[in-house]
Design a protein around this ligand. Structure first.
Ligand SMILES: C[S@@+](CC[C@H](N)C(=O)[O-])C[C@H]1O[C@@H](n2cnc3c(N)ncnc32)[C@H](O)[C@@H]1O
Length: 287
């Protein structure tokens, strides 16, 4: 285990360990928020983990970690489960809904993480700031005459009873038409709920060596999930599938304590480096 302390209060514990074994060592109901992206069993080439096992074995294993997550999550906690698919195998996210329900979770919200979007000027009409067709964001293009490029993934917001209060305005957006400020119930400031389509692009990379892991999510994805749950109430955040530590970096920045597990030593070391390299790293004490 490597532990990092930041001067903003964040304590980060990173374990090079199987997450089911790791979670067994945590206290029951000790985690406020889980933000994670498990392997999707789509044949992604990781350096250690085999991402193409029999579907039934995958579902059994997913049920085991989901039950472990259920045990450590507080009753008013949130689990944000990021999951995607590929055009030739679109079912994984839908199968995982059944798995999560079997473990006791309820679906409180479905968020669509939009990686890329095209907006045609003609469809938005006379809209301030939009003067021409726009295409923003990145996706992996596929060569097919049957399937569409895959420009989104899901973030399933799972809770124990679908009754967890959220801080919607913490991730809200300003009113386009300022005359709406004060008009609607609760609209006493220039911000309203963003809704469930979140455009979060990947950073632009120039070469494959800038991609040290095949399946990361942007740091902003974790940041937004934590803020939506409520930063004040997110005292302990966990990512059982740490990868190269995108969720850990978000917590280091937000000042939230964090626990992460990763079985692959190569990715684990990179996660530690990223947390260490965060720009308040001169205050980092490694134990
Ligand atoms: C989709 S990636 C997560 C990437 C991460 N969100 C990021 O941005 O870096 C899933 C990760 O889970 C790891 N993994 C697979 N099985 C695991 C297990 N039993 N315990 C902990 N980590 C595991 C894989 O090595 C892989 O790095």
């Amino acid at each position: 285990m490597r532990k990092f302390k930041k001067d903003n209060g964040a304590e980060l514990e990173l374990y090079n360990k199987d997450c089911i074994k790791g979670m067994a060592g945590l206290r029951e109901k000790s985690v406020d928020v889980i933000v994670t992206s498990p392997p999707y069993n789509l044949g992604i080439v990781y350096t250690k983990y085999n991402d193409k096992v029999h579907r039934l074995d995958y579902m059994r294993w997913m049920t085991r970690w989901a039950k472990a997550a259920m045990r450590v999550l507080k009753d008013d906690g949130s689990l944000f489960l990021n999951v995607g698919s590929k055009p030739s195998d679109l079912e994984v996210p839908y199968l995982l809904i059944a798995v999560m329900r079997k473990a006791g979770f309820e679906m409180q919200n479905v968020i669509h993480w939009v990686k890329s979007i095209a907006i045609n000027k003609v469809e938005v009409g006379n809209y301030p700031g939009i003067t021409k067709d726009i295409v923003v964001g990145h996706y992996k293009p596929i060569n097919s005459n049957r399937f569409l490029n895959d420009c989104h993934e899901y973030i399933f917001h799972l809770t124990k009873d679908r009754n967890v209060k959220l801080d919607r305005l913490a991730v809200g957006v300003p009113y386009q038409d300022k005359s709406n400020v004060g008009r609607w119930h609760n609209a006493d400031r220039d911000v309203h709920c963003r809704g469930n389509t979140w455009f979060i692009p990947y950073d632009t990379i120039n070469s494959s060596k800038d991609r040290p892991h095949p399946a990361t999510f942007p740091i902003e994805l974790t940041r937004r999930c934590i803020r939506l749950h409520g930063l004040e109430r997110a005292k302990v955040v966990m990512d059982p599938f740490l990868g190269i530590g995108s969720s850990a970096v978000a917590c280091a920045e937000l000042g939230t304590s964090f626990i992460g597990f990763e079985i692959d030593k190569v990715y684990f070391d990179q996660a530690c480096e990223r947390v260490k390299g965060f720009d308040i790293s001169n205050c980092t004490k490694e134990e």
